[in-house]
Design a protein around this ligand. Structure first.
Ligand code: ZN
Length: 143
C-alpha cells in the first residue's frame, strides 16, 4: 500500500495481527451475515447483538487480506456501543468515504479514518467495505 502512510499501515497491521472481537458466538439474540469478496478471496462473517436500540456487541470471523481483516476488527471496536440509527449513518458514510463518493465529513470515523486512503486503490475498496456492509445487513434484520 505505497500511498498509505506509516501510521495508517501500523494501525492496519496491528489489527490484522491482533484482531479485536474475533470469533462468532452464535448465541441467542446475535444476528449474523456472511459476505464474500470474490475479487480478493475475502470471506467474512459479522455478528451483532442489539439491546434496547444499542449495539452491545459486534463479532467477526473469516479469512481475508490485511485490509479486510483489519477493517472488520477496527469497525467492531469503533461501532460497538453506538445506537442502531447512529451506526447505520456512520457505516453508510464510511462506505461513501472509501468508495470516493461525497460523504458527511463531520462524522468522526476514529481509527476507521485510516481507510480514507483506500480510494486510491480501487481494487481494494471492496476489501475495506465488506465488513461494514455485513454489519449493516445484520442491523437491517434487527428491525
Ligand atoms: Zn481483500
Amino acid at each position: 500500500m505505497a500511498n498509505l502512510n506509516n501510521i495508517y499501515r501500523q494501525v492496519i497491521m496491528d489489527h490484522y495481527k491482533n484482531p479485536r472481537n474475533k470469533g462468532i458466538t452464535s448465541k441467542e439474540g446475535y444476528i449474523k451475515c456472511h459476505i464474500k469478496n470474490p475479487s480478493c478471496g475475502d470471506m467474512i462473517d459479522v455478528e451483532s447483538y442489539v439491546k434496547d436500540g444499542v449495539i452491545e456487541d459486534i463479532r467477526h470471523d473469516g479469512q481475508g487480506c490485511s485490509i479486510c481483516c483489519a477493517s472488520a476488527s477496527i469497525m467492531s471496536e469503533v461501532v460497538k456501543g453506538m445506537k442502531v440509527d447512529e451506526a447505520e449513518y456512520f457505516l453508510k458514510n464510511y462506505l461513501l468515504m472509501v468508495s470516493n463518493q461525497e460523504y458527511d465529513e463531520s462524522v468522526d470515523f476514529d481509527e476507521l479514518q485510516v481507510f480514507d486512503g483506500i480510494k486510491d486503490f480501487p481494487a481494494r475498496v471492496r476489501c475495506a467495505s465488506i465488513s461494514s456492509q455485513a454489519l449493516l445487513s445484520t442491523l437491517k434484520k434487527e428491525n
